[in-house]
Design a protein around this ligand. Structure first.
Ligand SMILES: [Zn+2]
Length: 123
């Protein structure tokens, strides 16, 4: 399958490499895209693993899986990014097959050379 992140590359040669730990996301925007692809592939472990260690307790694996699996993910639209911020829209159908657009500006933090999701503003 084509990678859900929008790269037009095969998933196996794209975000899968981050998901299986072969590669470490080189930037905040790459991490964000790989996290979106993790939602599409219902990979809650990757979402938790790439969340800031001191904030990961705020998230529950079951909630992530529920949202990931009950949504039909359509596309990721990156509106803006810089070194530590990514603003994006994720388009998906909710369980009632209504179109939803999740609009978020995420902040990322680098600790010892690894990027982590920190927190976000929602619109
Ligand atoms: Zn990808």
């Amino acid at each position: 399958m084509t990678c859900p992140c929008g790269s037009n590359i095969d998933y196996k040669n794209c975000c899968f490499l981050y998901h299986n730990g072969e590669k470490i996301a080189e930037s905040a925007s790459i991490l964000m895209k790989s996290r979106y692809a993790a939602y599409v592939t219902a990979n809650a472990d990757y979402i938790l693993k790439t969340t800031l260690p001191n904030k990961v307790h705020l998230y529950k694996k079951s909630d992530i899986l529920k949202w990931a699996k009950s949504s039909k993910w359509l596309k990721l639209e990156v509106l803006y990014f810089d070194d530590e911020t990514v603003e994006f829209k994720a388009h998906y159908f909710n369980p009632n097959m209504q179109l939803e657009i999740h609009h978020e500006r995420s902040r990322f933090e680098n600790i010892n050379g690894k990027w982590y999701y920190s927190d976000a503003e929602f619109f």
